[in-house]
Structures are given as C-alpha cells and as structure tokens.
Design a protein around this ligand. Structure first.
Ligand code: MRU
Length: 351
C-alpha cells in the first residue's frame, strides 16, 4: 500500500491530513465524535468510501466516550455526524448501518464496551471488504475495456478515487492501477480538479508512487486531449447514484462526460453498491454541497482573485444518465437503461 489514509490505532483513529498532501504526509489523531465530524467537514479525510469508514470509527469513539449511553443519545450522535457533508451517500449509509446494528446490540443487552468493540470491528471489516470489492470492479472494468480494443490504453480520470479516497485499491483509480499491473496502461491524463486540486495533489501523487505514466491536465483540457489522442475510456467515481443512474460526483465530472460523448469516448462510473441511493429517483433530488468561495478566490492564503469579487463553489455536479456508457459495481457492469439495470442489481444483491 502506498498511502494509508485511515488507520485504527487501537484506541483512536489516525487520518492522513489530505489537505496538505503531497507536500507533507502528516497523520491527525481522532479521539471523539466532534473531531471525527470536523475531520470530515474540513476534508482532512475525503472521498465517499473513506468518509463512510471514518463515520463508523467516529461512532465507535462516540460510544466509548458517552457518559450515559443510550439509544436516544446515540441517535443524536448519528444525526450530528450526518451533518458533516451532504452529498456522499456513504456517510448516511454507514451511519444508518451503525444505528441499526447498535439498536440490535442494545436489545441483546450488550454492554457499552462490547458495542464500542463491535463498531470498531465493523469499521475494520468494511475497510478490508472494500479492497475485495474494488478488485472485483477493476477486473470487470478491464474485461469490458478489452472487448473494445486490445490496449495498452490511454484514459482520463477526474478527482481522486484511489487509496486516499477508499482506504484500499480505489474505484476509478483502482481500475487504472489494475490495468497498469496488467501492463495495459499507455498513458493517464489526470484532471487537476479545480478548485480543491484532488487530481493534481492526490491522484497524481498516487500515480507517481505507483510509477504509472501520466500527466496532469487542467479540467478544461479534456476536449483538446480527446481531439488529439485516441482516448480509450474515461473512469470516474461517484458520491451518489440515483435510481435512474444520474450520478453525483466531483464538480467537473458532468463537463467531462459531455465532452466524452461528443468524441465518442466510453464514459464509465465505477462505484460500490454503497454509493447507490434508491430512495432518490433522479439526480435533481441530490443535495449539492456548496463550499466556501475562498477555495476559488484564494490558493491557501494567497489571494488569486480580486478581494471584493465573489465566487460560486458547488463541490459536486450530476452527470445525466444518458451520458454514461456503463456503471461498474462489485457485482457487475450495469448498462442503460439504468432504471431497469439498477433495479435488477438491487434484487440480485438482496438474494
Ligand atoms: O470532495 P471530495 O474530495 O470528497 O470528492 C470526492 C469525489 O468526488 C470522488 O470522486 C468520489 O467521492 C468517489 S471516491 C471513490
């Protein structure tokens, strides 16, 4: 593993501070509900799966620290943690899993210490399972790409969906890393991913550590890159996939999908079942996080726009389902019409 973003240290959670990567690799200790909430909100930890895993360990710490532990108090803790960031479904998904688990354990009269230990075990198990799931998705994506041409391939990706986002192989970046292990990568173009620079700071760092040939491009360069090169595929992750396949992901993903459609480049979303939200019918109902305008008008402390101008900073966008060639999840490749294929995927996974 090149970079481990989440490490359970026995008594507390250790998170690599993703705000200062790649210049410094510094871990921050998380010992309470409040610190876990702040770590997600301030993006010490980010990426939908890692946000979800952090939530499980944070709730374990909340149980441990609770003076008068009860289901009502735990419910309040869950509700509070769920306010940390709105768009990634993984946060709410893992929180409600923990809530159901804890209410079951309380019915069995399990002690506070046992519940704490069980939540820690759950967090560790989910992290381990995520590697298997990501590898399954990477294999499926590779087989699909091989049906189109024999490679080695040129691909584009957006944001960061690797170890740093998933605590394991990664989703879209996991596919790229797997293709590279199979000697099938010619070149990767990594969108820098304005304004938070997950692409240039994090994805490129992961690719560099794995010796994968790549270049960073500005988000607006994808059209030129697709025009000048034969790009074989675009791979992106997801923060929430609606029942009709509309997909929320990092701002700029939808632009990339529109460009890919124009140049006839296959556009794949790679995301585990935990990123699907069948309670939401279409992308219109997905809440989009708005982040501080200073992320655009400043770079760190340095002012890069006039101090009196304002900026609009939505952190995610929704890619319309008709722009998506396929959604790869751990049990298969979903093809349009997505309303149908996603429904069948749920049915299969429940059996
Ligand atoms: O704001 P971030 O960095 O948490 O956004 C991350 C993304 O948009 C990722 O593409 C998504 O969470 C998928 S991670 C496998």
């Amino acid at each position: 593993v090149s970079l481990e973003p989440i490490i359970w240290k026995g008594e507390y959670l250790s998170l690599i501070d993703q705000r200062i990567l790649p210049n410094e690799e510094i871990y921050r200790g998380i010992t309470s509900l409040e610190e876990g909430h702040a770590a997600i909100k301030d993006m010490i930890v980010r990426g939908a799966p890692c946000i979800g895993f952090t939530a499980i360990f944070t709730l374990a710490l909340a149980v441990k620290n609770s003076k008068e532990f009860s289901l009502e108090i735990f419910k309040k803790d869950c509700e509070y943690l769920n306010t940390a960031r709105p768009t990634a479904v993984n946060l709410g998904f893992e929180i409600s899993k923990c809530f159901d688990y804890v209410s079951g354990l309380l019915k069995e009269n399990q002690s506070q210490v046992d519940i704490y230990n069980k939540l820690v075990e759950l967090g560790q198990k989910e992290l381990e399972l995520s590697h298997e799931r990501n590898l399954a998705m990477a294999n499926l994506a590779m087989e699909e790409l091989k049906t189109k041409s024999s490679g080695p391939y040129k691909v584009i990706t957006h944001c960061n969906t690797g170890y740093l986002a998933c605590g394991s192989l990664g989703t879209a970046l996991g596919v790229i890393s797997h293709l590279h292990s199979n000697k099938l990568i010619d070149h990767v173009y990594a969108d820098e991913t304005r304004p938070y620079m997950q692409g240039s700071r994090l994805t490129s760092y992961e690719l560099y550590k794995e010796n994968i040939p790549h270049e960073i491009i500005v988000d607006g360069a994808s059209s030129l890159v697709m025009k000048q090169n034969k790009i074989d595929a675009v791979y992106v992750g997801a923060d929430r996939i609606a029942a009709n396949g509309d997909t929320a992901n990092k701002i700029g993903t939808s632009n990339l999908a529109i460009v890919a459609k124009h140049f006839n480049v296959p556009f794949y979303v790679v995301a585990p079942l935990s990123s699907f939200d069948n309670k939401i019918e279409t992308g219109k109902d997905i809440e989009i996080e708005l982040r501080p305008q200073e992320e655009i008008t400043k770079y760190k402390e340095h002012q890069i726009a006039h101090k009196d101008v304002s900026a609009f900073n939505p952190s995610f966008d929704v890619t319309d389902n008709e722009l998506i060639t396929g959604i790869i999840f751990e049990f298969g490749l979903l093809k349009p019409p997505f309303t149908q294929s996603i429904k069948e995927a749920y049915e299969k996974s429940n059996n």
